[in-house]
Design a protein. Structure first.
Length: 191
């Protein structure tokens, strides 16, 4: 019931986008902001920068950007202002080999990235690049968990990815009326 350490400050606008900013890896917690390319390890007495996403000429400093003095708390208006940024990073996660992130560009096109720590390379994940909703919510050493709307399932999963039993389930799902179904949880295994 007390503050142990205080170190990170941000402006009134960027703090409105404070969701999805923590993830756990190897018993440690990592902190990032949607409008910042830095990721920090959280400790009870420190906040240590552990890596930086480098987007070259698209890097920016939120402290040097201007924001409207007044804006309603309407999520649609705030989203329009957020599109002024060259990129946003809504979700990140990592395992022993990879760091994954979804990057939203100005026009809300998603660039889902995977950084391979073993060879120090970052690549687009081809099957995810056209789908804005893919987000690596949970990254483990075996798999990545995400979700999609029922009607978008074919953008995330193909029949070729599935065994025969799951192909039949997949066909039933894509042929069912969309409005009546819940979102679909997707589990991608690393090979």
């Amino acid at each position: 019931m007390k503050i142990l350490h205080q170190e990170y400050e941000e402006n009134w606008f960027t703090e409105r986008f404070a969701n999805n900013v923590l993830y756990e890896y190897h018993g440690k917690w990592y902190f990032f902001r949607i409008f910042d390319n830095e990721t920090y390890e959280l400790g009870s007495e420190s906040l240590v920068k552990v890596y930086t996403w480098d987007f070259g000429k698209f890097n920016y400093d939120t402290n040097k950007m201007s924001f409207p003095d007044k804006i309603s708390h309407d999520i649609m208006q705030m989203a329009e202002v957020a599109k002024r940024f060259p990129f946003r990073i809504p979700v990140q996660g990592q395992n022993n080999r990879y760091i994954m992130a979804q990057i939203l560009l100005k026009n809300d096109v998603a660039a889902n990235l995977i950084y391979d720590k073993s060879i120090h390379e970052c690549k687009f994940i081809e099957h995810f690049t056209e789908v804005v909703e893919f987000q690596p919510y949970i990254v483990t050493n075996e798999y990545v968990l995400s979700w999609c709307r029922h009607g978008a399932l074919e953008k995330y999963v193909t029949e070729e990815m599935l065994d025969e039993d799951n192909r039949q389930k997949f066909r039933v799902l894509i042929n069912t009326v969309e409005e009546e179904l819940n979102p679909v949880i997707i589990k991608y295994y690393f090979k």
